[in-house]
Design a protein around this ligand. Structure first.
Ligand code: NAP
Length: 486
């Protein structure tokens, strides 16, 4: 099968930091179908050899194990080509059409790794140039809009030129091996399913913590914020994977139908809940790794009076029979104490205590997403075999630890590699349908609205901490605590 992968934004940050390394890994693993061409597109005046030299130089920034040898790069680079094109100029699309007609590949993937403001014009002009054929697959990067109306507008344009099965909306969290293992844990094993409900689960916590600040993306981040950047997409997709009913099969729509039901079951926000149940924060200067790091408002590209949130913690509830009354806590932020993405499923304590256990001890399943990829099952055991412990019948917390990197090797297929191969193969399971996206926007919109009308702004927190103390107070109100505080 021959393919053309057109990488709009082929010289941008996403292309050289994520997509090119992922494509190279797929090439190295022998998974890229032979007969492929990767066509970088941007406004720069580059020819093929200059583009290859640019990509080669960028590989010096990739971690050593994932860097090609000179011979490997030469073989990979034979696939790389470049087309100068301005996406806002209708006449440029004809040159793209001519270039694609040179080969008439079986599959043409159009990857829009450019600013979302170009999505609509790109779709309209691709269609005007006759490039929306049955062989076309379109990949859209987040953020797909900045609210429900803009998301709908983009989706309507895209759907007017291509069918839903040709549209691949990326949420790269779904491509992570750890998230696929979450699906495997729930729907490939019968062990947890009887326990996966309100009768046995006290609360679920989703934490996506970054230790980095906004780096070089200050201007982008300042117009986006943590709610749009992380909660509306990644965190809600994780929540769906945790809370959905078992799908009838592993086909894309069976899975997406069940995720959609979860999003529709999220308890809508009331004005009374928005204050206590949603906490926003913004990082100040603080100490990280022994060094003082600047506060958010002092980062390059950020408005010095910015009210953009770099931290969100919220309490969600799912109004259905399985989950009624179980709080799902979501927390994400930049410049937090550690880079750590994990899901913690806290089970209820044993209904009748015949042993002495440490205060608050109960079973807990921790699903590590990043940087570690694995599972920890926390149990209580009779550990100390001394007389006092035996007579007190006291239990000690212990845990079973499954490290997927150790078990399967750390050379596993990365998120973007997996997703790019799925696009070429036409597999939609790990991509988000438009109705899911719209439902997620609908749910977060009242939060955005309430913040717009609240002049108090985000709560400050010192870089290197776990965010504003109000986030701990929010969860403590229910008698729970964040995993690292318990
Ligand atoms: P970027 O570094 O600013 O790159 C933008 C790319 O688009 C460049 O190659 C630029 O090249 C090209 N471009 C801009 N205007 C163009 C036009 N009119 N016609 C043709 N090409 C044009 O942005 P990025 O960080 O790669 O982000 C791209 C998209 O991915 C954004 O939607 C972003 O939100 C999303 N995203 C990025 C990341 C990330 O880690 N970077 C992660 C997730 C999602 P020229 O200026 O030379 O034309």
């Amino acid at each position: 099968m021959s393919f053309d992968l057109v990488l709009f934004g082929g010289t941008g940050d996403l292309a050289w930091r994520k997509l090119m390394p992922a494509l190279f890994q797929a090439f190295r693993h022998g998974s890229l179908p032979a007969g492929g061409r990767i066509l970088g597109v941007a406004r720069d005046a580059l020819d093929d050899s200059q583009y290859r030299a640019l990509i080669r130089s960028r590989f010096n920034e990739v971690e050593l194990a994932k860097r090609p040898s000179p011979e490997e790069f030469d073989r990979f680079a034979a696939m790389l080509h470049f087309l100068r094109m301005d996406l806002s100029q209708p006449q440029d699309y004809q040159r793209l059409a001519d270039k694609l007609r040179e080969r008439n590949a079986d599959i043409v993937v159009m990857y829009l790794a450019t600013a979302p403001s170009l999505f609509t014009v790109a779709c309209e002009q691709l269609a005007a140039a006759g490039l929306n054929t049955e062989n076309t697959r379109l990949v859209l990067e987040k953020p797909l809009g900045h609210d429900l109306a803009s998301n709908r507008a983009i989706n309507e344009t895209v759907r007017s030129v291509l069918s839903e099965k040709q549209i691949f909306r990326i949420d790269h969290y779904l491509g992570k091996p750890s998230v696929q293992n979450l699906f495997a844990l729930r729907f490939g094993n019968a062990l947890f399913e009887p326990l996966w409900r309100r009768e046995t689960i006290a609360n679920i916590q989703i934490t996506i913590a970054e230790d980095l600040g906004v780096e070089k993306r200050g201007a982008f981040y300042d117009s986006t914020g943590a709610l749009r950047d992380m909660v509306q997409n990644h965190a809600l997709q994780l929540l769906c994977a945790l809370a959905m009913e078992p799908p009838i099969n592993a086909h894309a729509d069976a899975i997406r139908d069940e995720k959609l039901k979860v999003l529709r079951s999220l308890k809508p926000w009331t004005p009374q809940a928005l204050g206590p149940d949603v906490i926003r924060g913004q990082y100040m200067s603080g100490k990280m790794g022994g060094e003082i790091v600047p506060g958010y408002r002092d980062e390059p590209g950020v408005n010095p009076q910015s009210m953009t949130e770099t931290f969100v913690a919220l309490r969600a509830e799912i109004a259905n029979w399985r989950w009624a009354g179980v709080p799902f806590y979501i927390r994400t932020g930049k410049r937090l104490a550690a880079r750590d993405a994990r899901i913690v499923v806290n089970f209820r304590p044993a209904p009748h205590a015949i042993f002495h256990s440490p205060l608050g001890a109960a079973n807990r399943l921790i699903i590590h997403l990043q940087p570690k990829d694995g599972l920890e099952l926390h149990l209580l055991a009779q550990g100390q075999d001394n007389r006092q412990a035996r007579s007190a019948q006291s239990l000690t917390p212990v845990h079973l630890d499954l490290d997927f990197d150790k078990r399967f090797g750390s050379e596993r297929v990365g998120a973007y590699e997996r997703l790019l191969l799925d696009v070429i193969d036409g597999r939609l399971n790990l991509f988000v349908r438009s109705d899911e996206q719209e439902e997620a926007w609908r749910w977060v919109e009242p939060i955005m609205e309430s913040w717009r009308n609240d002049p108090s702004g985000p709560r400050p927190y010192a870089a290197g901490t776990w965010g504003p103390s109000a986030a701990s107070a929010m969860i403590a109100r229910d008698g729970h605590c964040w995993n690292e505080e318990c």
